[in-house]
Design a protein. Sequence first.
Length: 300
Amino acid sequence: MIKVVSVSLGSAKRDKTVTATLLNEEVEISRVGTNGDLKKAIQAIRDLDGKVDAIGLGGIDLFLWVGNSRFVVRDALKMARAAKVTPVVDGSGLKHTLEVRVVENLAQDPRFDLKNKRALLVSGVDRMGMAKALAKHAKEVMYGDLVFALKIPIGIRSYTTLKVLGYTLLPILSKTPFQFLYPVGEKQDEIVPKHGKFYAWGDVIAGDFHFIRHHMPDRMDGKIILTNTTTEEDVELLRQRGVKYLVTTTPVFDGRSFGTNVLEAVIVTLLRKRPENIRAEDYHIMLNKLDFKPSIQELN
């Protein structure tokens, strides 16, 4: 049996283990939260090293990409270096392949009518593939990086501006303690309504679910949520708040859509390659074999 584990800085309340059969192989997928404790996450990876087939980094990015430039997140690098044998991935390979394919699929689906929809992507620099795809297919796009990560209430209105800000700020932000930029640990269990005008602007609210959830308003009537890492409880919460469609970019296993880091860990194992030797074409070939489609749930 293939075993992959996501070690996350997120809340342990969201832990889950499922078993699935993929390409005739049985795969055990687990998620282990460390409640924002970086040292605990590093130790968990040390303990798993050599005992599982691949490890995903959850609740944090190892690499942030702008164009062909790659910025390494310092805290995530500490986690990744704890593994000496087992491959470690953060999901960035799939964010540049799978998530682009998902947006392109939605653009062809008349239920979503993306060409006439405004999309708020809560953070673009960790999903540049999705950022570019939405810029191509949606009527208008706003990137919420300044709003949700830096608490500066200014929406970025163009993909070009997002890239310029990425080149400017990421050399600094990649060295900043991650908890200052992103909800980790118990903060993932909190909902503090904020930035209402930005949520109201978008017909589609896209990107990292913890960013979306942490500040979402009491009502989200008619909205389309494009995300992943949702639990059954999250789905019910979105239904209660009036969301029309929930689209998860990763498949749902036993009521749970795991993060891209988990799915990338599975694909790396199935490819029998080290992550540094995998090209975008390899991901596309494997995605075609697995025939993964976005999960679409009509909630209201």
